[in-house]
Design a protein around this ligand. Structure first.
Ligand code: GRF
Length: 199
């Protein structure tokens, strides 16, 4: 297997704090397992675009029509020789054509312990509100492969944090974000280097 860094595209539509951590992990590593060659974004004005600019990484602005009914930007991904796709706060469902082109090579992070608190509509503060409403005593993160269903593919890694009675959706979001920043860059590096863990 080649030891050349894998080329990854990060798809994100929000603030991009996870994208930033992943990008920064490359600079901090003398022998990085990957390089971030492209940021895919579908939300003009999203913070992740500023992060991309600060790191001189091109942004692929994605439109619904082409993503879902056109070539799904596959030729663009091929132009950048993208090996892996990392979803870091990307809300569109991934079309079958993209999954077929990148089998077990699309990684998502979800801000709760799947299979609980996942699925359509379960993103951002909705997740943390649901966790608190269910009086769960722990939450956390799930890093998983992407398949045709929302938040459903094989789990790669989970980490937990306590949910205390005085937690609010915001305070829980902060705890979960801290876990994401701590683990996501490392786990992405391990997966792209060593491949999928055994199911
Ligand atoms: C994260 O909480 C991630 O779990 C979810 O979207 C959020 C993105 O946050 N999929 P950020 O834009 O990386 O700060």
């Amino acid at each position: 297997m080649s030891n050349a860094p894998k080329k990854i595209a990060i798809f994100a539509s929000g603030a991009g704090s996870n994208a930033a951590k992943i990008i920064e992990s490359v600079a901090a590593n003398p022998n990085p397992p990957f390089e971030v060659v492209l940021i895919g974004c579908n939300k003009p004005g999203a913070g992740v675009a500023d992060i991309a600019a600060a790191h001189h990484i091109p942004v692929l602005w994605m439109e619904k029509e082409r993503f879902f009914k056109g070539d799904t930007y596959l030729p663009v991904l091929a132009d950048y020789a993208v090996d892996w796709i990392v979803l870091a706060g990307f809300l569109w469902k991934i079309p079958t054509a993209l999954i077929a082109a990148y089998p077990q090579k699309i990684i998502n992070i979800h801000p709760a312990l799947l299979p609980k608190f996942g699925g359509k509509g379960m993103y951002g503060h909705f997740v943390h509100e649901a966790v608190i409403a269910a009086q769960a005593t722990e939450s956390g993160i799930t890093i998983h492969f992407v398949d045709e269903q929302y938040d459903h593919g094989q789990t790669i890694f989970q980490a937990t944090c306590p949910v205390t009675p005085n937690d609010t959706p915001d305070s829980l979001a902060d705890k979960v974000h801290a876990l994401e920043h701590l683990h996501f860059p490392r786990v992405v590096g391990e997966v792209v280097k060593e491949g999928a863990p055994a199911p």
